[in-house]
Design a protein around this ligand. Structure first.
Ligand code: GLN
Length: 304
């Protein structure tokens, strides 16, 4: 399989449409990103890497950080985690409040904002500084010690976090948030403001394509069962209310963020990360989904 040729084909086909969609501007700093960019990076489990376009440009990983936080919280809490969280798709926007009242403050899954706030709350119970813990986890699985948080993006998100504040206070009224809400939002926004490239992301997601082993040290980080379950939650909840369409078109577990990144896993084979900052109406990268769809179609690789 010639992955370099496949990436070239994808890039050439999508290049004329670069910039279609719109960048997330509800976080002012993200609104400043140039929309017409596309980067793709693939890492096979054998360690071969293929890239094209703006694959090495740093961008805000936003909700992709929810996978890293969830993996750490799941390692710590194991099945107890599910007392405070569900694992069903929500069918609603990522920042929706609508299901929480009927479901007693228990978020549908760890990848919508409400669920990620509960996960962050769990990390705050275990660690004095969860931002440092998540950063060192991400640095270790990506093999890049230089990954940092963009403090301007963090501040920018805090300045307009009314919906996330509402979610956190509402869940606190059901005793499903224990931390101080200001501290929680600051920590959550810091996690979302981690910056990585598609190369960093594809490398770090080899953790999930190699059944839970650190791709660099080969040390076991997750049990194979935990790894299967994290991939399953990505498959069913990773793209919010577009998850069914993504499964239909792309057919792999993946996670998106409003920074325009999407990173996915073909278990036991490879990881693939795409970035294109202009989004569709569900908050997912418009060209990113198309690139992923073309990759699994042309390579004939998916989990189905
Ligand atoms: N930081 C963003 C928010 O809370 C993350 C959303 C996303 O990437 N879908 O709104």
């Amino acid at each position: 399989m010639n992955y370099a040729e496949i990436l070239e084909k994808i890039y050439n086909e999508l290049e004329p449409t670069l910039g279609e969609g719109s960048v997330a501007n509800y976080i002012p700093e993200l609104g400043k990103v140039t929309p017409d960019q596309l980067g793709i990076s693939v890492c096979t489990n054998e360690g071969d890497e293929y890239t094209i376009g703006n694959a090495e440009r740093l961008f805000s990983i936003q909700s992709i950080s929810k996978v890293f936080s969830f993996a750490l919280a799941y390692k710590l809490e194991k099945e107890n985690l599910w007392k405070r969280l569900g694992r069903e798709p929500s069918g609603n926007r990522f920042d929706s409040l609508v299901l929480l009242e009927n479901e007693n403050g228990i978020p549908r899954n760890p990848f919508i904002n409400a669920g990620a706030l509960v996960v962050t709350d769990i990390l705050l119970q275990h660690f004095d500084n969860p931002l440092d813990e998540v950063l060192s986890f991400v640095r270790s699985i990506s093999g890049n010690p230089n990954i940092v948080i963009n403090r301007n993006v963090q501040e920018s998100e805090i300045s307009c976090a009314d919906r996330n504040y509402a979610l956190a206070h509402f869940m606190k009224s059901y005793n499903n948030i224990n931390s101080n809400v200001d501290h929680l939002i600051k920590t959550y926004s810091g996690l979302c403001a981690i910056e990585m490239t598609t190369v960093d992301l594809a490398r770090s997601f080899r953790l999930f394509s190699t059944s839970g082993c650190n791709p660099w040290t080969h040390e076991r980080v997750l049990t194979t069962s935990q790894n299967k379950r994290i991939n399953a939650v990505m498959m069913t909840c990773g793209l919010y209310n577009a998850v069914g369409d993504f499964a239909y078109r792309v057919g792999i577990p993946a996670k998106s963020g409003v920074g325009g990144g999407i990173v996915g896993v073909i278990p036991n084979e490879m990881s693939i990360a795409v970035w294109s900052p202009a989004l569709d109406e569900t908050g997912n990268s418009l060209l990113g989904i198309k690139a992923m769809e073309m990759f699994t179609t042309l390579s004939e690789k998916s989990i189905y």
